[in-house]
Structure formats: structure tokens, C-alpha cells
Design a binder for this molecule. Structure first.
Ligand SMILES: Cc1cc2nc3c(=O)[nH]c(=O)nc-3n(C[C@H](O)[C@H](O)[C@H](O)COP(=O)(O)O)c2cc1C
Length: 193
């Protein structure tokens, strides 16, 4: 089963990277599958450790899907890394094996520590819809514009039915970003908006 998380990694100089990633879940073992061009892949390869943060704050997924934000964080316990301050719970990972076959790596890790910070209130339809929109936002170069707009319109209806302020805000951030990307693609192709 894939669980959507925010993975924190650090480069050798200590710069922290936050990225949404779906990881293959296990109690003792977690498999991370970053594409080879991601910072997450480079950091995992170079340092051999990461932290998987579980959170119900969908805005953190939205922002990290479309930019490289820095979020408040505290030091991890067992590995050289950080725990997201907004994490409900977290797992600290040590790399056991890396398969770097392009385009997407497969990194087997062992869970060496876990902890909890606050209650996980849960996901609802709006949060799931924002998560799906965040995925769409990372794939604007791969999917036809009409298909993207149809998907986003359908997801927006779910958000409008069940969102709180935070989910509305996250959805607006993503839809603005997606429209900006689609306009840039259309301009580059000379086909207008
Ligand atoms: C919910 C969600 C799950 C994602 N899962 C993955 C994944 O498993 N592997 C991956 O390479 N990118 C995944 N992405 C896309 C990355 O988060 C995105 O490419 C990010 O910019 C890569 O981050 P980095 O270069 O900072 O490591 C996912 C995005 C979202 C929104």
C-alpha cells in the first residue's frame, strides 16, 4: 500500500529538502521511489537517511508539490535529519538498498525510529481532492490541457462541498499554478491560452 507523506532529506551541507512522496508502507521497512532527477533521490543516495512525515495539513503537500518551501522543523532523533513541526507522526529511515534504474529509483529502507507529535484528525474528500490536484500540478507537461482542466473542475466540486478554509486556500494555490503552467505551454506551442 502506498501512503502519501512529506519526506524530509538533508544534503551533505545540511540543507533540508521537503517533498511530497507516496511511499510503500511497512512497519519495519519502507520503500521510497523518487525519480532520479529529484533532490530527494540525490540526498538519499548521498546521506543514506530520510524522515517520513505523516500530516493531515494538506497545504504542506500543495506548496511542496509546486515549489521548494522550507517548513518549520525540529531535529530527528536517530538520523541526521529533521521532523516536520506539523507532522502528526514520523518514521526515521536508513537506506538498505538502492536500485537506481531510470527513470525512477527504488530505495529500500529500514525504520530505525518512530514518533508522534499530535493527533491525526484525518483526511476527508476535500483533502483527497487537493492531494489529487497536487499530483496533476506536477504533471502538466505530460497530460493534455483539456484533460487537466476537466479533472480539476471535477475535483473543485468535491472541494467546494467539503473543504475548510485551509483546503480552499490550498486548492486555489494549485489551480492558479496549473493555469499558469497551461498558459506557458500554450504560448510555447503558439496556440494561445
Ligand atoms: C502526493 C504526491 C506524491 C508524489 N510521489 C512521488 C514519488 O513517489 N516519487 C517522485 O519522484 N515524485 C513524487 N511526487 C512529485 C514530487 O513531490 C515532486 O516532483 C517534487 O518536486 C520532487 O521533489 P524534490 O526534487 O524536492 O525531491 C509526488 C507528488 C505528490 C503531490
Amino acid at each position: 500500500m502506498i501512503i502519501e507523506a512529506i519526506i524530509t532529506t538533508m544534503d551533505e551541507a545540511g540543507v533540508v529538502n521537503f517533498a511530497p512522496m507516496g511511499v510503500e508502507w511497512g512497519d519495519d521497512r519502507i520503500v521510497v521511489k523518487p525519480f532520479l532527477e529529484t533532490t530527494t533521490f540525490r540526498n538519499l543516495r548521498d546521506t543514506g537517511v530520510a524522515v517520513i512525515n505523516l500530516t493531515d495539513d494538506i497545504m504542506l503537500f500543495a506548496r511542496a508539490a509546486i515549489s521548494s518551501p522550507q517548513y518549520p522543523a525540529i531535529p530527528a532523533v536517530r538520523v541526521r535529519g529533521v521532523v516536520l513541526e506539523a507532522a502528526c507522526s514520523w518514521r526515521e529511515l536508513e537506506v538498505r538498498h538502492i536500485d537506481a534504474t531510470p527513470p525512477r529509483s527504488r530505495i529500500d529502507t529500514a525504520v530505525v525510529h518512530s514518533g508522534a507529535r499530535r493527533e491525526f484528525i484525518g483526511f476527508n474528500r476535500a483533502r483527497n481532492a487537493v492531494l489529487e490536484t497536487a499530483i496533476v500540478a506536477t504533471r502538466t507537461h505530460l497530460i493534455p490541457a483539456a484533460e487537466i482542466r476537466a479533472d480539476v473542475a471535477r475535483l473543485q466540486i468535491i472541494v467546494d462541498k467539503t473543504a475548510g478554509d485551509r483546503e480552499h486556500e490550498a486548492m486555489a494555490l494549485l489551480t492558479d499554478h496549473i493555469e499558469g503552467k497551461l498558459a506557458a505551454i500554450a504560448n510555447a506551442q503558439g496556440t494561445g491560452g
